[in-house]
Design a protein around this ligand. Sequence first.
Ligand SMILES: [Zn+2]
Length: 340
Amino acid sequence: MDNNILERMSQELEAAKSPEELQEIWRKYLGKKGELKILLKSIAAMSDAEKSVQSPAIQAAHKKALDLFAQKEKSLTQAEAGKKLLSQAEPLRLQKAKIGHLHPITQTIRMLNQTFTEMGYSIMDGPEIETEEYCFRRLNVPSDHPARDMQDTIYIQEPNILLRTQTSSIEAHVLEDYTPPFKVVCPGRVYRNEKVNKSNHFIFHHYQGIVVMEKTSLKDLFGTIEYLFKKIYGPEVKIRFRNKYYPEVEPGVGPDMQCFNCQGSGCAVCKGVGWIEMGGAGMIHPNVMKMAGLDTKKWKGFAFGLGLDRWVMAKYNITDIRTLLGGNLGYKYYKNESTL
Ligand SMILES: [Zn+2]
């Protein structure tokens, strides 16, 4: 017999990579018309003399071929199974579980922090449970001052321990604890005894800024606020400043932004005015500086407190403040919502 048959088959088996190729090899060598099968069949027609010489070699070659084939089939099946497992594992890797995203308030705080740190500000924190002294008195709001009526305070222990109503309380600490010059921002949660509705909540957020330097003016304050609005809402944003009264500053101003919901034509979000009050600001009152032990001849300062929730709502077109602290994960906002 042709000794090369086994060798050829062995080489072809070695190179085979799929069950289809394996089948082809079987057909070529071991199938009905396969080379080895024909040889095997030819034994019957041989003379006894031929048989005794050729039969054992042919039988051995046939058996060897079957063994080689079985071996290859086994290794190929294992490889195929492995491949199949991998192909099943692939979609599992792609279907990563949804783990959510940062809260819009956190996203906005981080955006503001980034903007202010780029301008050289430090970020500071302060206690949410405050004393009357740091929440009011050190900010030029004595207990009989009419401004106290403007804020319904949630007391933990009347009249001294309370939940801070404004992040200006952090300002009182910063002015006392640090030596100027400094530029600081403080994001934080504040509390007031408010009735909850679409535009008010008893828990909300302020973003306070405090700057104390030898030379600084209202112009710097306007520039800072304007830069901030443009950075967060884009260069087209329309803002205006109005004279406002806050006891901790003199003079006081309030930055308004054209309503994000109606673009100035008036809607329920802006209460028909077309503008939304975004915070309060001004030059730090000399009394506040003096109470912190700062020399008002040497140091000047400005402060601003942004109504952070409004910044978040304007940024993400959220028309109901309750959404921010609500638990509805399926919440979707609708621009120009008509059912306000
Ligand atoms: Zn509006």
